[in-house]
Design a protein around this ligand. Structure first.
Ligand code: IPE
Ligand code: IPE
Ligand code: MG
Length: 248
């Protein structure tokens, strides 16, 4: 594993890595266990990857933990996930703080149960002065909800004459997204062999390098993170230009 880390070019690290943590349910089922068992083990992977990103000096790590659509899962699973979220935050906040990690949350907090909101707010406050890794948890989040929310906020500013239609540009839209002060991810990882975006960061992923792995989230560890970063570092990001324009 140390060999893998050494291969990583520290000058070419992605600033922002986003992850769709998928496959907890299948991982558990393969072991003859309940889906929640997979979610509990997924927390070990979160801890490991947060630590890995902090060690490397990654600036932003966004983890897709719960989507708008996940509210439609069976009630027992949704409740189990909310309780797991709250107990994990309670347990981990001290460690985050010690490691200079700042927590952020993106998503529709109005949908979250009161007790979870309270716990999250506390963790946001405790870590707000930290200047190391920015850990962004996407909770009750979806890209379509975020865009709709941004359009509503912009429309309301126009209605109140704070903004004219002609003034609206890409920056205006970006400023009204949940990620207003966060750079777009350079690398997006999805685990568990699914080749789709599933309503994650639809606007922000426009030029992100996508990395898919068969590894189920509860099995994903630093080694897998390093492999993804190495793969990213071997790609040529052209942003619509020609290869010659990039290399000259
Ligand atoms: C990802 O694992 C975690 C959440 C979406 C909350 P899944 O629960 O989607 O696991 P699979 O995809 O069913 O295996
Ligand atoms: C995406 O995974 C959402 C999260 C990982 C939180 P899903 O398992 O919900 O996505 P689909 O249903 O496979 O598209
Ligand atoms: Mg899934």
């Amino acid at each position: 594993m140390s060999e893998l880390v050494e291969k990583i070019d520290k000058q070419k690290l992605p600033k922002h890595i986003a992850v769709i943590m998928d496959g907890n349910g299948r991982w558990a089922k393969e072991k003859g266990e309940d889906r929640l068992y997979g979610h509990y083990h997924g927390v070990d992977s979160v801890r490991n990857i947060v630590e890995g990103c902090a060690e490397l000096g990654i600036e932003y790590l966004t983890l897709y933990a719960f989507s708008t659509e996940n509210w439609d899962r069976p009630e027992y699973e949704v409740e189990g996930l909310m309780e797991l979220l709250v107990s994990t935050i309670r347990k981990e906040v001290e460690g985050l703080n010690k490691n200079n990690i700042r927590l952020h949350v993106i998503g529709n907090m109005e949908m979250m149960p009161e007790y979870a909101r309270g716990e999250l707010q506390e963790a946001l406050d405790i870590t707000k002065n930290n200047i190391g890794l920015n850990l962004v948890m996407a909770l009750s989040y979806s890209g379509r909800w975020e865009l709709l929310n941004a359009v509503q906020k912009i429309a309301s500013e126009v209605k109140q004459n704070k903004l004219s239609v002609e003034e609206i540009n890409e920056q205006t839209l970006q400023n009204h997204l949940c990620t207003a002060n966060i750079p777009d991810p350079e690398l997006m990882i999805r685990t568990s062999g699914e080749f789709r975006i599933s309503n994650f960061l639809l606007y922000q992923l426009a030029y992100t390098e996508l990395y898919f792995t068969e590894v189920r989230w509860p099995d994903f560890r630093k080694k897998n993170l390093y492999e993804a970063i190495l793969d990213y570092q071997n790609r040529e990001r052209r942003f619509g230009k020609t290869s010659e324009q990039i290399t000259n």
